[in-house]
Design a protein around this ligand. Structure first.
Ligand code: PLP
Length: 382
């Protein structure tokens, strides 16, 4: 069935691994809506599929591509990034210890805090990239998961995956990296020692803001992966075949979209740095960013489509600037072809660790001159 197209990741993505439908020879894969799959008279499943809550042929190609791009041994699609993330924690036993960063996607952090509040897990939050703080909280034999998000949404804080993995593994813990902001184009966490990679595929993997999806990729087919697979099948947090098909379509242009957006984000970050209304620009591509050296070492081909900046005029100035942007649409989410802005702290609500004068930008694939001009007019006179 495979017409192997070549080894470059961009080729693998563009041709979706070069798979051609064996019956019709169609280049674009079909969508398999079937929930059940027929048994042979002996009770076996000759097609290799049993029931769509466990497997579906439409997922297979996407999972195989994701696994290949991340350098893993397997991948599973989920109904959302949250479903993928929460499945990892569902594998834990009551009282297991989890370490997560202070700055990370807030819904996952809130959910972890809720789990800890109910006594389900023991949670420590550590400052992103603070190796000494990480090592101080690790409990050998008891810490099961060290969660990493790098760059972190929305502050772009950077964590050294290799150093984290070394310390976590020495304590017997697994490292899970939320690599949503990188995609495998910019970073392959497994090469740096991660055990699992997680994506909100809703974002740049799909890239067109029309699918809600998540993914986990494993470095090894081990007991943890068995638990994850079992949990997805039992809880049924699977992606529908139509969404899986759309995700694969989006991923074919991943290697065009990601570098384009990253180049534009870099240019916008450099421009914002010179603006008098801006007090700080959070983008790991800037040499002034505290995580720049680590990011330059573990990322390649750019520093991502997400950047944030803070306004000297405080929360009120941030609100007004967000409202004044026209091309950047004021909406939540990130990683689509169209650029978005969000005044993040009010969205996260009380307890948010995000400064209230911070605006988050998700940079799409529009002409960067237009995006800079839009920022220029929105910040004029501030
Ligand atoms: N991880 C990151 C970094 C995110 O930005 C998001 C959503 O914004 C998620 C996870 C959750 O993904 P989803 O919205 O697909 O559930």
């Amino acid at each position: 069935m495979s017409d192997e197209p070549g080894d470059h990741p961009a080729t693998l993505a563009a041709q979706a691994l070069g798979l051609v439908d064996p019956t019709t020879r169609s280049i674009v894969p079909p969508i398999y809506p079937s929930a059940p799959y027929e048994r042979a008279p002996d009770g076996s499943y000759p097609g290799g599929h049993t029931y769509t809550r466990d497997q579906n042929p439409t997922y297979d190609q996407v999972e195989a591509l994701l696994s290949r791009l991340e350098g893993g041994q397997g991948a599973l699609l989920f109904s959302s990034g949250m479903a993928a993330a929460t499945t990892v924690f569902e594998t834990l036993d009551t009282g297991d210890h989890v370490v997560a960063p202070e700055q990370m996607y807030w819904t996952i952090q809130r959910w972890l805090e809720e789990l800890a509040g109910r006594g389900r897990i023991v949670l420590d939050l550590v400052p992103n990239g603070d190796q000494a703080a990480l090592e101080a909280v690790l409990r050998p034999g008891r810490t099961k998961i060290v969660w990493v998000e790098t760059p972190a949404n929305p502050t772009c804080a950077i964590t050294d995956i290799a150093a984290t993995a070394e310390a976590a593994h020495a304590a017997g813990a697994r490292v899970v990296v939320d690599s949503t902001l990188c995609t495998p184009v910019l970073c392959r966490p497994i090469e740096h020692g991660a055990d699992l990679v997680m994506h909100s595929a809703t974002k740049q993997l799909n890239g067109h803001a029309d699918v809600l999806a998540g993914a986990l990729i494993t470095a090894q087919r081990d007991e943890l992966w068995e638990r994850v697979t079992h949990d997805r099948g039992y809880r049924g947090a699977v992606l529908g075949p139509f969404e899986a098909w759309l995700l694969l379509r989006g991923m074919r242009t991943l290697f065009l979209r990601v570098p384009h957006s990253a180049t534009s984000a870099q240019r916008i970050a450099e421009w914002l740095l010179t603006h008098p209304a801006v007090s700080e620009v959070c983008y790991p591509g800037l040499p002034t960013h505290p995580g720049h050296t680590v990011a330059a070492r573990q990322m390649s081909g750019g520093f991502g489509m997400l950047l944030s900046f803070r306004l000297r005029g405080g929360a009120a100035a941030a609100k007004t600037a967000a409202a004044g942007l026209r091309l950047f649409k004021n909406a939540t989410s990130l990683g689509g072809v169209e650029s978005l802005v969000e005044h993040r702290a009010p969205v996260e609500g009380p307890g948010s660790r995000v400064p209230d004068d911070l605006l988050r930008l998700s940079v799409g694939i529009e002409a960067v001159e237009d995006l800079v001009a839009d920022l220029q007019q929105a910040l004029a006179g501030r």
